[in-house]
Design a protein around this ligand. Structure first.
Ligand code: PAF
Length: 289
């Protein structure tokens, strides 16, 4: 596996890869890789002969009070994992290569980017959309893979790709979970053992709420009860528990189409997010709430 740090070298390496045929699948990351990322790489390998991964801790998606400096960086270990998984190329630019002096363009995906985590983290999704558009232009993949764990990010990227006619197929890969149900995330490393016990109530409460809605419970009351249960379990703040359309992320009051239950909550300075699919089954009761 080659590690590449300049756009010119990337273009040369990619033209050699493409000449061999079989397409290019791309896995963008910020490093600190775990089994969730490796599931993206495994799916990428099923989709194309050549897998390209990137590691770039993107400063523009971190707010002024967020953990940019503390964000785990371990490129050597990450590169070994990617190589063992069969990646052909690692794109690892530095900040000056990604944002040369004078960089002035920003992509804002309205509605999806302003809501939920976008409301709690102003500017975050502009940073994500802009860097992902740049990464797509640099790598020019046939397919790109993103985890469903960051469901709002996945929906935002799909919207951007549609709106800008970007020639890439976006594939969402199901969330990988630890044995206690907690969704894998690089930020789980920040949790103390006590906070970890609180954290695992997030997937539990989401699972119970999704089941209740499937069985016909009123949506609004279920969301209110879920937020209270998360607070009672020990979360210091519950940013949201929401029930949304799978594509537009518009609020839903009934399970009358494929939906997503999404939550964000904070414990010990760490902000955790999670989400679950909630699909209507034939004959499932439709209730207002
Ligand atoms: O999900 C991530 O790791 C990042 O948001 C991404 C997509 C690599 C953009 O920096």
């Amino acid at each position: 596996m080659q590690t590449i740090r300049s756009v010119d070298a990337l273009r040369s390496a990619l033209s050699v890869l493409r000449a061999g045929g079989g397409g290019v699948a791309f896995v963008p990351t910020m490093g600190a890789l775990h089994a969730g990322h490796m599931a993206l790489v495994a799916e990428a390998k099923r989709r194309a002969a050549n897998v390209v991964a990137s590691i770039f801790v993107n400063p523009t998606q971190f707010g002024p009070d967020e953990d940019l400096d503390l964000y785990p960086r371990r490129e050597q270990a990450d590169a070994e994992m990617l190589e063992a998984a069969g990646c052909a190329l690692l794109w690892a630019p530095d900040a000056a290569t990604m944002y040369p002096h004078g960089h002035a363009t920003n992509i804002h995906v309205a509605a999806i980017g302003d809501d939920l985590c976008g409301a709690a983290r102003p500017g975050h999704f502009d940073g994500v959309a802009t860097v992902v558009a740049k990464l797509f232009n640099q790598v020019q993949p046939d397919v790109a893979l993103f985890g469903e764990k960051d469901y709002q990010q996945l929906a935002l990227i799909r919207q951007m790709v549609r709106d800008l006619d970007l020639p890439v197929t976006i594939v969402g890969v199901p969330t990988q979970r630890d044995a206690d149900g907690l969704a894998l995330s690089s930020r789980n490393a920040y949790l103390s053992p006590e906070h970890r016990i609180v954290a695992r109530s997030l997937p539990r409460v989401l699972g119970e709420s999704a089941q209740a809605i499937r069985e016909g419970a009123a949506v609004a009351a279920t969301l209110t009860a879920a937020a209270k249960e998360l607070s009672d379990a020990g979360f210091e703040a519950v940013d949201y528990v929401e029930f949304r359309d799978v594509e537009t992320l518009a609020p839903l009051t009934d399970l009358d189409r494929p939906a997503r239950l999404l939550a964000a909550a904070r414990i010990g300075g760490t902000r955790l997010i999670d989400n679950l699919a909630v699909h209507p089954t034939k004959g499932s009761p439709a209730r207002s709430g």
